[in-house]
Design a protein around this ligand. Structure first.
Ligand SMILES: Nc1ncnc2c1ncn2[C@@H]1O[C@H](COP(=O)(O)OP(=O)(O)OP(=O)(O)O)[C@@H](O)[C@H]1O
Length: 254
């Protein structure tokens, strides 16, 4: 038996996903230790959200498996879910509820206190607008509320799907700070992003997906050493190869 202490928090082993004959992911393997941050990068349709949904247990792999803290979703859903906080890429908020009511609802489901709810709102800078209806929020404010929701229970692993989408530069920097704080408190973060400077500033490791495959992965330090001044942007361009297969228009959002 392997030593438990040596186990990574997240282990993805040879994972593949096929839906209706279309291969969305193939042969993905990665590990993430406690207190580590991994950014998933890649063009539109590369498979980032699909991989995050597999980690969350929202999709099941066609091959391979995912373990969080040694647990598999298929064997122990409740304990597995308790290890995770999730920010989806798209969410329809209940109409008519304020930010406070929305977050309080999520907190109650998890048996969390009002104090923790307040704290989470403060962490994402929404305390002052807590009594405003979420449907009147801007995209960036809704993103911050979703982020607060993912952090509410302070889970060991945060899984965030494009968390900086819609954030202005100030909140982009705040996101980087929050991720660094979470890491310093021992949380691990797995997130997808098109914002390579954010990945460069907040991640320990980066995985580039293309056409459902991990075409390049390494620590940020290794990639920066390899690509020099071009940084992760050069790594991204390189990872797309000549085909730019995932985006017929050839536009890589960064
Ligand atoms: N439920 C599904 N059924 C069939 N195909 C799907 C399904 N979900 C996603 N796909 C396809 O899988 C591929 C990967 O999609 P995914 O959303 O994971 O990409 P992504 O890297 O997150 O893209 P983006 O950067 O545009 O958000 C795409 O070709 C998409 O059309």
């Amino acid at each position: 038996m392997a030593d438990d202490a040596a186990k990574p928090l997240l282990r993805i082993e040879q994972v593949g996903k096929t839906i209706k004959g279309q291969t969305l992911l193939q042969n993905i393997s990665l590990e993430l230790g406690p207190g580590r941050v991994l950014a998933l990068c890649g063009g539109n349709g590369a498979g980032k959200s699909t991989l995050l949904r597999l980690v969350m247990g929202l999709l099941q792999p066609t091959s391979g498996h995912v373990e969080v803290d040694g647990l598999r979703w298929q064997h122990d859903r409740r304990a597995y879910a308790d290890k995770l906080g999730y920010m989806p890429d798209d969410y329809t908020f209940s109409r008519g509820l304020t930010a406070w009511e929305t977050l309080r609802f999520w907190a109650s489901l998890r048996g969390l206190s009002k104090r923790r709810t307040e704290e989470a709102l403060e962490e994402v800078g929404l305390a002052d607008v807590r009594d405003r209806k979420v449907t009147a929020f801007s995209k960036g404010m809704r993103q911050r509320l979703l982020f607060a929701q993912a952090m509410l229970a302070k889970p060991p692993l945060l899984v965030l799907d494009e968390p900086t989408n819609g954030l202005d530069p100030y909140w982009m920097d705040s996101f980087v700070e929050l991720v660094r704080k979470l890491r310093s408190e021992g949380h691990s973060v797995l997130y997808s992003t098109h914002q390579l400077p954010v990945a460069e500033a907040s991640a320990d490791e980066v995985v580039f997906l293309r056409g459902g495959e991990a075409v390049r992965q390494g620590t940020v330090a290794e990639l920066l050493e390899q690509y020099g001044v071009g940084g992760l942007h050069a790594a991204f361009t390189d990872s797309r190869g000549s085909g730019a297969a995932q985006d017929p228009a050839g536009r890589g959002r960064t």
